[in-house]
Design a protein around this ligand. Structure first.
Ligand SMILES: [Mg+2]
Length: 253
């Protein structure tokens, strides 16, 4: 049984796949970055403009994403004959083309920056929040015990929150990457607050991220409403990471 007390515990939320249902934006940006890289195909503004079948395959591969450039790797995989069925398969594919990592990261954020600056309303609309999340975040108290820890660049998170008129302290918004993984960020937060790491709850939709953060001593839960497949949910349960529904989350946290 999960026992969470807003006045005693701390809550750290992932953003994509927990707060925001950003798949349309991420796949549009990923595809357009790949078009820019490869020089073939044409840019799109929505999933509806994808070639037949591509959006469904891209959605399936979304379950293996860890960082921005991974969305471009999805389209590299789909452009060739890479058969990717598992997280390990996706990671191995990326490792085989690690020469492209930096370029894809740069292109991904270049396309996102242009899209969000050129048409901010349409861009924000591609990043809807999950049902109930807007009121949840807007009314959360005490606000100094709520954090967002995400691999998304924080400026974009802030813009989506602003668009939804959610006041959120930028000091409680953290960007995780390979040098600053979620584990380290949470350890630092706990230390700065003189709190035991077990007071922190991390809600993420990536089971691997949770497995990597858990050794810090934080309590981990997998968001079943985010981007994970049945095998990943089963993997979480085997590792004794509870899988929580959105309704349960909104009620218990
Ligand atoms: Mg996520």
């Amino acid at each position: 049984m999960i026992s969470f007390d807003r006045h005693k515990n701390f809550l750290a939320l992932d953003f994509d796949g927990v707060v925001a249902d950003s798949i349309a934006e991420c796949l549009v940006v990923g595809r357009n970055a790949f078009v820019r890289y490869s020089g073939s195909g044409r840019p799109v503004r929505s999933l509806a403009e994808f070639p037949p079948g591509q959006a469904a395959e891209a959605r399936r591969l979304r379950d293996f994403i860890r960082s921005g450039e991974d969305y471009v790797f999805i389209f590299l995989a789909l452009s060739g004959d890479a058969e990717i069925r598992t997280q390990d398969g996706f990671d191995a594919f990326k490792a085989s083309r690690s020469d492209l990592k930096e370029k894809f990261f740069r292109l991904f954020y270049e396309v996102r920056t242009q899209l969000s600056a050129g048409n901010p309303e349409a861009w924000a609309a591609l990043n809807p929040l999950f049902p109930g999340m807007k009121d949840y975040l807007a009314s959360y108290a005490p606000k100094d015990r709520l954090f967002i820890v995400t691999t998304k660049k924080t400026g974009f998170v802030q813009r989506i929150l602003d668009y939804n008129r959610i006041a959120f302290d930028p000091g409680n918004l953290f960007h995780a990457d390979e040098e600053h993984p979620k584990r380290t960020i949470l350890e630092t937060l706990a230390k700065a607050r003189d709190a035991d790491p077990s007071c922190f709850f991390l809600i993420d939709d990536q089971v691997d991220t949770l497995l990597r953060a858990r050794p810090a001593g934080v309590r981990c839960l997998l968001a079943d409403w985010g981007y994970n497949n049945p095998a990943q949910k089963a993997h979480a349960r085997e590792a004794e990471i509870p899988v929580i529904t959105l309704a349960d989350f909104l009620r218990r946290f």
